[in-house]
Design a protein around this ligand. Sequence first.
Ligand code: GUN
Ligand code: FE
Length: 435
Amino acid sequence: MTTLGGQILLPGPTGQAVIREGIVKIDGEQIISVDFEDVTCSVDLGCPNALISPGFIDTHLHLPQFDSIGAFGMPLMPWLNQVILPAEQRWNDHRFAAEMTDRVARQCLGVGTTGVCAYATTSYDATIQALKAFDAIGFRGVIGQAMMDRDTPPDLIRPTDQLVDEVNETLLKFPSSGRLAAAVTPRFALSCSDGLMMQAGKLAEAHQAIMQTHLAETEAECAEVRNRFGGKSYVDVYAGFGLLGPRSIFGHGIHLGPECQSKLARSGSLIAHCPTANSFLGSGTMNRASHLSAGVKITLGSDIGAGYERSMVRVGRAMIDAAMRIAGNALSSTDPRSSVPNAAEAWYQITTGNADALGWTDVGRIASGMSADLCVIEPDIPWRSAQDPLSALMFAWDDRWIRQTILRGQVQYQSTQSSSMNPVAATRSDGASRP
Ligand code: GUN
Ligand code: FE
C-alpha cells in the first residue's frame, strides 16, 4: 500500500476543479480510499504543499511527430507534405519506431500524461509495437494505425483492403474493452477513398471502437473537401460514411457553421480542441464557447507535432488564451457570464472533463475504486496563499514540479530533482522514493 498526501484536485459540481487537503491510499492498481484530513509527515509521497492531480489526458496527439515539433512558418497542407509525412515514413523502419515510441512515452510521463488518444502511422508493425509499449507502461487510452489510401506519398499509402484487414487485426489484438485499445483512424477525408471511410465506419461500429480523425482545421482544407465531394460540408462527408457518433473524436473543428455544429451535437460526437496546434499553423481559432452552447462535446489535445506543448497544463492555458482572443477580453474570466474558461475549468478539462467525454469511468478522478493514475506535483512557489491557487499553478507552471507520475498504481516517472532544492516544499514528509 502507498499513501499520497497533499492538496487533492477534485471535480467540483460545475465543471471546475477544486482542491481539498487529504490522503490518498493506493493498493495494487487502485485508489482504495481518499480521506480529507490534514497531511502529516507519515505519507509515502507528497507533502502539504503538493498538488495531487489525476494524471492528464491528451485526447489528440501523433506519436511519430514528436521529433517534428517546431517546423514553423507553413500552413497545414505544405507542413504535412514537406515535414510530417516524411517524418512518418521513418516509422516504416520498426527499430526506429520502437526507439522513438519509447522516447515519446517517457516524454509523456515526464509531463504527467497518463491517458492518450494517439495516432501512429500507416505501418501495422509500428502501430502494434506502440500499442504493446504503451500498454506495458500502463497508459490508458487508444492508439490507431493511420489509414491513408490516396493522395499520399508511396511509402505511406496502403491498399484499401490491406488497411481494413490490418486495422481489424489491431482491434482484435487490442479490443475496446481494454485499458489500452486500438482506434479506427482514417487520417482525414483528403487522404482516404470513399470505400476506406465507409469501411472505417463499419470497423468502428463492429468493434465498438473509438474513431479518430481530423475535421475542418483550415479553410483551404474545407474548400478541397467541398471540391472533391460535390459541395458537401465536411461534417456531411463524414456523416455519409457513418463516422459520426459518441465514440468519434474529431480533431480541430474550427471552421464549422451552425448546421454542422448541430449535427455533431445530435450525434454525440466529440471535438478535440487543439489550441496550440491551431495557433502554430495559423489555422484559425476554435470557438469553444459557441460549440459548447450548440451542445457539442469538447475535449482537449496537444496535437503534437503541430502543437508544440507536450504538457496538457500548457495546452489548458492555451485553451484559455484562445477563448480570450475570441472574447476580446470583454468580461473577466471570473464573471460567470464570461465565455473565457478560468484555470479551475482548464484543470477540470485536462483531467475529469476529458475522461468523462470519452466515457472513461475508471480514470480522471481521485476517488475510491478508480485506477491510480496520478501526478504528484510539488511547486516551488507559495501557491496555496495565492488569490486563485489553481490559476497561480497553471500560469506559473513548471514541468519540473512533477515529482511522480503514477500509472495503475506504479510510479512510472520519478523526478530526479531533489526536493531539498525546493524551499517551499521543505515541509514535505520523508520517504519520497517509495513507489
Ligand atoms: N490533418 C491531417 N493530418 C494531420 C496531422 O497530422 N496534423 C494536423 N494538425 N492536421 C492534420
Ligand atoms: Fe492532428
